[in-house]
Design a protein around this ligand. Structure first.
Ligand code: GCW
Length: 734
């Protein structure tokens, strides 16, 4: 995919010939791009999503890839700026791909669609040319597919440069300023575009003094970053500080209802768009974990967000306003305050009050990116508000990119959670995504079934259905200036799967993992592929097994959040407690006797969660305080479940280590360095030194095993000492 797109861009899309054995196709591959001068082209089918543009009014682009043939072409650059300016949710990104007699044609109404069509063909590789004739239309489920970076310009003493970053420093900033050389950002942009991402916020939502000035002094340099992303259909956003009118503007207040404050923000927005015509907008963390916000002036979140929304509206900008608002100075003795309720309590009453260009960005769970949480009820509680889902690709609470944890399955489960009830949760069985092309459409027929268009398969009551129609999907990025981009080379699978799921939330996460393995290790022997699957397939569930049980969460070391500390947060102000005592464990969030959180869900979920008899095992301790002898649906007691999963989790990691040991010596040169070299990227993206991959993985797996063992022994020992109940299998507990 990288080669096709890089070559296309490098040549301004005018003419490209890739050599035999390029990794994309064994055959010669020729790309043909023409503008709307090709009168005999069939028109693309009409848009089928509400966010799609009007094809009739847009220039048509056509990309054709043919085998064993050479065709010249002409075309302007992909993603020309005027195609994206002023389109709040991006242009029409859909494309149509057809295959006739082994020739593949991609058609799109806009540049971005053409780009995604190229990546689609490149991803399929040789398979794109094989099989019966077909016509497919592909469109993203949502026009807003975003990554947030928690990068700082300056390096912070405790957090480092990237908050919760586990892949080195920032690719945007170095030495206290925007990097002079942004070629790594260009490569990143291409990488993200190949997965479907179209928006990036470049700085941390905790906006410190230096970073606040990205909005003012640094704008020309932010514009350079935007220019690096632009050819790949990606727009840049900035996180801003709500106190900026005071800290940067010298005003005496940041009161959102003060006209001078509103005027300061209008000017700031005008300057941003003057410098960056396709600037995306602002991301705001307000009144959260010490960040400034409207509460200081007795205003609410709608007052704050709408004031900013008015400033960016003339430019078609968006305000992403985060719902991660809770009391982080709670008294642990206070049993009536429940952090899980906080976002709902703050935001649900404001439904309908937010401006059209405000997106309320909601973390997937009510707590904080835990390995297992129920889906946040806020997502379903604001039908008259644009809501975005926020995921965490960076593995803050899932092994910090030292542990191999493929999160595609977790995200798929969240995206396909249906608020209408468990029986309605059938989105995973929706029609095939483009991972398995359909071949039943009549060639050339515009009436061909849109089987690959995910917007048709999303129930309106599922998480994906709700956010796809309003605020889209956002996640915290896991990439940095590490030579493998993500610290753990296998964490790239998460970046890849995240992008692909934003495009099609119904995609099978296991198939996406297959895709990533095949694209990343194209020449790998069967035993290497087998080892990759042994390690990654159920790695999310494995991590859950050796860490915090049954949805209770946390139990991590305070501050950096790595490794076990069962009581680390138990007597702190952060609101993340497990309430374990000698008799039992878990948080009573029922309506009947607890905090009432379970009642925030629509039926049937409210009732299902309310009763331990119907609450799913994996969330039992999130909703209920139960005795250690409580019997799960699995037939085990809670305490025996804790012991068994922790022993089993470590055994699984041992099998990961063994699997890698068996193949690491035979890991083939994956050809990445050669291929990167051919398109002039080897030096820029650090792919020249791929020999280190096997060792890097081995080193991380060794740490995963050490850490998992630590988790097992501390958690098992803690609960054995608390409960006094021995392991029925008599294994060693300390
Ligand atoms: O998970 C917590 C992290 C903080 C982060 C915060 C947030 C950016 O520990 O580091 O701050 O969430 O999402 O705002």
């Amino acid at each position: 995919a990288a080669e096709v797109a890089a070559a296309t861009a490098a040549h301004g899309g005018s003419f490209t010939r890739l050599e035999s054995g390029s990794g994309v196709s064994d055959a010669d591959l020729v790309l043909t791009l023409t503008e709307d001068d090709d009168a005999d082209l069939p028109s693309p089918p009409p848009p089928t999503t509400s966010r799609a543009g009007d094809h009739a009014n847009l220039p048509r682009g056509r990309a054709s890839t043919e085998r064993n043939d050479v065709v010249g072409a002409q075309r302007g650059g992909v993603g020309a700026q005027d195609d994206v300016v002023g389109e709040q949710d991006g242009g029409d990104e859909s494309f149509r791909v057809s295959r006739e007699d082994g020739a593949v044609v991609v058609e799109a109404a806009c540049d971005q669609g053409l780009l995604y069509g190229f990546f689609h063909v490149a991803r399929l590789g040789e398979a794109a040319f094989d099989g019966p004739d077909l016509v497919e239309r592909h469109a993203p489920a949502s026009g807003l597919r975003m990554l947030d970076h928690w990068d700082n310009v300056a390096v912070h003493a405790v957090m480092g440069q990237v908050e919760r970053g586990y892949a080195g420093g920032s690719i945007f900033f170095a030495d206290g300023k925007v990097r002079a050389d942004l070629s790594r950002v260009e490569a990143y942009a291409r990488l993200l575009a190949s997965t479907g991402i179209n928006r990036v916020a470049i700085n941390n939502v905790n906006v410190h003094a230096r970073e606040a000035r990205l909005l003012t002094d640094d704008l020309p340099h932010v514009a350079r970053i935007a220019a690096a992303f632009r050819p790949w259909g990606i727009r840049v956003h900035l996180s801003v500080s709500f106190a900026a009118p005071m800290t940067l503007g010298g005003l005496g207040t940041s009161d959102p209802l003060d006209p001078a404050v509103a005027s300061w923000w209008r000017d700031a927005a005008d300057r941003a768009w003057a410098e960056i015509p396709d600037f995306g907008g602002f991301v705001v963390k307000a009144d959260s974990e010490g960040q400034p916000g409207p509460f200081a002036y007795g205003r609410d979140h709608a007052d704050g967000a709408n004031m900013l929304a008015a400033a960016v509206a003339p430019h078609g900008g968006i305000v992403h306003w985060r719902a991660f608002v809770y009391d982080h100075r709670q008294d642990w003795r206070d049993r009536s305050t429940d952090r899980a309720r906080a976002a709902h309590d703050h935001f649900a009453p404001l439904d309908g009050r937010f401006a059209e260009n405000v997106i309320v960005q909601v973390k997937y769970g009510p707590m904080d990116f835990q390995v297992r949480e129920p889906v946040s009820p806020v997502i379903a509680a604001m039908p008259d508000t644009r809501v975005a889902l926020e995921l965490q690709v960076t593995q803050e609470y899932t092994g910090q990119q030292k542990h191999a944890v493929y999160l595609g399955r977790q995200w798929s489960e969240i995206l396909n959670f249906d608020f209408a009830g468990p029986d309605r949760d059938d989105a995973r069985h929706a029609p095939d995504s483009d991972a398995t092309p359909k071949s039943d459409a009549a060639p050339g027929s515009d009436a061909a079934p849109n089987s690959a268009d995910p917007s048709h398969a999303l129930p309106p009551t599922s998480v994906a259905g709700i956010v796809a129609r309003s605020g889209g999907i956002v996640a915290v990025s896991n990439a940095g200036d590490d030579e493998f981009w993500t610290g753990h080379p296998f964490a790239q699978a998460n970046l890849y799967a995240y992008g692909r799921l934003t495009w099609d939330p119904t995609a099978d996460p296991d198939a996406l993992l297959d895709e990533w393995v095949a694209l990343t290790f194209p020449d790998a022997a069967a035993d290497v592929v087998h080892a990759l699957h042994t390690i990654l397939d159920e790695s999310w569930e494995t991590y859950e097994r050796y860490t915090s049980p049954l949805g209770v969460g946390f139990m991590v070391r305070p501050g950096h959040h790595y490794g076990p500390d069962v009581d680390g947060y138990e007597y702190t102000p952060w609101g993340t407690y497990h309430f374990a005592d000698r008799d039992g464990i878990g948080v009573d969030r029922t309506v009947a006797t607890g905090t009432g959180y379970a009642g925030l869900y629509p039926e049937p979920w409210a009732s299902l969660y309310e009763s331990p008899a119907t609450c799913p095992d994996e969330l039992l301790l999130f909703f209920h305080h139960v005795p250690y002898t409580h019997v799960l649906h699995s037939g085990k007691t809670v305490i025996q479940h804790i012991y068994d999963t922790h022993f089993d989790g470590v055994e699984r990691v041992e099998s990961f280590v063994a699997a890698w040991d068996r193949v690491r010596g035979s890991l083939p040169d994956d050809g990445a360095a050669d291929r990167a070299d051919r398109v002039g990227l080897a030096d820029r993206v650090g792919l020249a030194d791929r020999v280190g991959l096997a060792d890097r993985v081995a080193e991380r797996l060794a740490e995963q095993l050490r850490s998992a063992t630590e988790w097992r022994d501390q958690v098992n020992t803690y609960f054995y000492r608390k409960s006094g109940v021995p392991d029925e299998r008599g294994r060693t507990i300390y």
